[in-house]
Design a protein around this ligand. Structure first.
Ligand code: NAD
Length: 245
C-alpha cells in the first residue's frame, strides 16, 4: 500500500463494520490516522484496537447535533487536526410508500440526510482550521435512479447527492473539496434488509454479474481523499459494476 495519506487525519462515520470499516482500514493503510465513529461501540473499539495507535474509536450518533460537536472535539484533541471526513453512516429500511410509516421516513432522514448535513456543518470547522481538506459523502445508486419499494431511502440518497454539489460550491473558496460516492449492491450486513428476490434482481441488473466488495468502495474513497483527486470537487463517483448505465 502507498503512503499518499501520511500525516492526514480522517474521520469515518459508521466505521465499525461494512463499507465504513473497509474505508477506515484503507485510509489507515495509506498512512492516515483514523477516527472511527459509530453507535456500535464493541465493533468500533475492536477495529481501532486492531489498527493500533494511529486509530481511535468514538461513540457518535450522526443524527444528533451535540454528538457531532463532541466528536469534532474528540478527534482534534486526539489527533490534533482533521483533513478527511467520510460521511458513511446510513440505514436502509425498504418499504412501499403506502406501507411506510412517517416515523420510519423521519428515522432514515435523520441518519442518512441530516447526519450528512451535520457532518458538513461541523466537520468544516476543523477542516478550515487545517487550511482545507475534503469531504466524501456516501450516497448510493439509489441517489441516481428510482427504486420501487424504497422511496424513503432513495429520497435521502438523492438529497446527499444534491447537498454534495451545493457544499462543493460553498466550500471551494475554503479549499475543501466535496464529492459523493455511489455504490451499487455491496456485500455488507445492509443487504440483509432486502428481500432475497430484490438482491437477486440487483445481481441480474449488474453487468459485471457480481456483488461489489466493501474494499472496492474504500478504494474509490481513498482516491478521492488523496492528492490525485486534487482538482475533483462536486463529482459523483459511481462504483456499481455498471448497473446504472
Ligand atoms: P452497514 O449496515 O453494514 O453499516 C452501516 C454502519 O452505520 C453500521 O456500522 C451502523 O452501526 C452505522 N450507523 C447506523 N446508524 C448510525 C448512526 N445513527 N450514527 C452512527 N453510525 C450509525 O451498511 P453498509 O452497507 O456498510 O453501508 C454504509 C453506507 O453505504 C450507507 O450510507 C449505505 O446507505 C451506503 N450504501 C450501501 C450499499 C450496499 O449495498 N451495502 C449500497 C449503496 C449505498
Amino acid at each position: 500500500m502507498n503512503d499518499k495519506l501520511e500525516g492526514k487525519v480522517a474521520l469515518v462515520t459508521g466505521g465499525a463494520r461494512g463499507i465504513g470499516a473497509a474505508i477506515a482500514r484503507r485510509l489507515h493503510a495509506e498512512g492516515a490516522a483514523v477516527a472511527i465513529t459509530d453507535i456500535l461501540s464493541d465493533a468500533g473499539q475492536a477495529l481501532a484496537a486492531e489498527l493500533g495507535p494511529r486509530a481511535a474509536f468514538f461513540h457518535h450518533d450522526v443524527g444528533d447535533e451535540t454528538a457531532w460537536i463532541d466528536a469534532m472535539a474528540a478527534v482534534t484533541a486526539t489527533f490534533g487536526r482533521l483533513d478527511i471526513l467520510v460521511n458513511n453512516a446510513g440505514i436502509f429500511h425498504p418499504g412501499e410508500i403506502a406501507q411506510t410509516a412517517a416515523a420510519d421516513v423521519e428515522h432514515q432522514f435523520r441518519i442518512n440526510q441530516l447526519g450528512v448535513f451535520l457532518g458538513m456543518k461541523h466537520g468544516q470547522v476543523p477542516l478550515r482550521a487545517a487550511g482545507g481538506g475534503c469531504i466524501i459523502n456516501i450516497s448510493s445508486i439509489a441517489g441516481q435512479l428510482g427504486f420501487p419499494g424504497a422511496a424513503a431511502y432513495v429520497g435521502t440518497k438523492w438529497a446527499v447527492r444534491g447537498m454534495t454539489k451545493t457544499a462543493a460550491l460553498e466550500l471551494a473558496p475554503l479549499h475543501i473539496r466535496v464529492n459523493s460516492v455511489h455504490p451499487g449492491f455491496i456485500d455488507t450486513p445492509m443487504l440483509e434488509n432486502n428481500p432475497p428476490e430484490a438482491n437477486q434482481a440487483g445481481l441480474e441488473a449488474t453487468p459485471l454479474k457480481r456483488i461489489g466488495k466493501p474494499e472496492e468502495i474504500a478504494a474509490a474513497v481513498a482516491f478521492l481523499s488523496g492528492p490525485d483527486a486534487g482538482f475533483i470537487t462536486g463529482a459523483e463517483l459511481t462504483v456499481d459494476g455498471g448497473w446504472i448505465l
